[in-house]
Design a protein around this ligand. Structure first.
Ligand code: HEC
Ligand code: HEC
Length: 305
């Protein structure tokens, strides 16, 4: 047995094994004992103060003398948040969306709450972050992130879209135009999108279609320049952006059956969020600013601050 560790003077229990092995009764260090006692006291105080031990009272547990509940804590947190928000919400109430947009601090606040509102109310149709959603007819609800607008990208246009909803109507042309005419006009529309309007106008291969376009009712809604009219949301037919299927067959179908005009028509209905009562005026304003801030918003005349 080595005697490297001199254990003389340390009290033992008196038990000895194997002739040589003693059992010391060293006390733990003082700091450790203090810690142990303190934590025991802490446990007792904690259990007395907070809801803790299961007992057979009305609640099924001892409620604690501190009166703490998770609900109270949440309410307290909420009232702090409400106080911060209240300042902005009160301001928002009497402001136009354009005035909100002119105030960078408010715009920041509004875009944050707009994100949640958009996710809850709009994303189902317009896609997360307004990237649009596609169904078998093409784009179901338009992309809100680009600068291509059916009804206009100024802040008031966007606001009006959300307040009243939108429902572009294009009349069907089956029976009004012959199948040949529908085919011709579709070729011309496709050419305008692919080559640009000027080239399509000069392209003799689609001259018949141009004639149909100019002489039937297309210009009444899409304009003689075919660029569409935002007042009625008639699409710009000279760009490369397609709402619905932009293939020749797809265009023929749109021309033949129209939009929102009967069982075979393209469907494009944006509900009115004011009429549905689903959103408050303030929420609609927030969303208008939020959508504007996606990046496609178009400037008005400068707004006074
Ligand atoms: C039920 C599906 C649906 C929901 C929900 C919906 N939209 Fe729409 N939205 C549409 C469709 C479809 C159109 C295009 C209407 C048309 O083509 O005439 C549209 C058009 C718009 C436009 C006009 C776009 C343009 O190019 O001018 C804006 C702005 C808009 N929506 C914003 C919103 C916001 C904000 C919400 C949420 C509050 C929302 N929408 C919820 C389907 C929806
Ligand atoms: C009563 C008004 C009206 C008339 C008439 C009309 N359009 Fe339209 N057209 C619309 C509206 C509104 C839309 C689209 C709305 C939307 O996207 O919700 C549309 C959409 C279209 C589209 C789909 C564009 C895309 O991006 O997918 C094509 C193609 C089209 N029209 C071609 C024609 C042609 C060709 C004629 C003439 C034969 C015509 N339209 C006559 C109102 C009209």
């Amino acid at each position: 047995m080595s005697d490297k560790h001199d254990a003389s003077g340390v009290p033992t229990t008196g038990h000895v094994w194997d002739d040589d092995l003693g059992d010391f009764t060293n006390q733990p260090p003082k700091w450790w004992m203090l810690g142990l006692t303190a934590s025991a006291i802490w446990c007792v105080v904690y259990c007395l103060f907070y809801p803790s031990i299961p007992v057979s009272n009305a609640h099924g547990f001892f409620k604690g003398i501190g009166g703490w509940t998770a609900i109270n804590e949440m309410e307290a947190d909420k009232s702090v948040v409400d106080e911060v928000r209240g300042k902005y919400e009160a301001k928002l109430k009497d402001m136009t969306p354009a005035a909100i947009l002119a105030d960078s601090e408010l715009t920041e606040y509004v875009t944050r709450s707009g994100k949640v509102l958009f996710g809850d109310n709009c994303a189902a149709c317009h896609g997360t972050n307004g990237v649009g959603t596609v169904d078998k007819q093409g784009l179901f609800a338009p992309i809100l992130r680009d600068d291509d607008w059916l009804y206009g990208g100024k802040i008031d246009d966007i606001h009006t879209s959300i307040v009243g909803g939108r429902q572009g109507v294009m009349t069907p042309h089956k029976g009004v135009l012959s199948d040949q005419q529908i085919d011709d006009v579709a070729q011309y529309v496709k050419a305008m999108s692919e080559e640009g309007k000027d080239k399509a106008d000069a392209d003799s291969a689609v001259a018949a279609g141009k004639k149909v376009f100019m002489e039937s009712d297309c210009t009444a809604c899409h304009g003689a320049d075919a660029k569409g009219m935002q007042a009625m949301g008639s699409a710009n037919l000279t760009d490369k952006v397609w709402r619905f299927d932009g293939s020749l067959e797809g265009i023929k179908k749109t021309v033949a059956y129209g939009v929102n005009a009967g069982p075979d028509a393209r469907i494009a209905v944006m509900p009115s969020f004011k009429a549905a009562g689903k959103l408050s005026d303030a929420e609609i304003k927030k969303l208008a600013v939020y959508v504007y801030k996606f990046g496609g918003g178009q400037a008005d005349a400068p707004v006074a601050k």
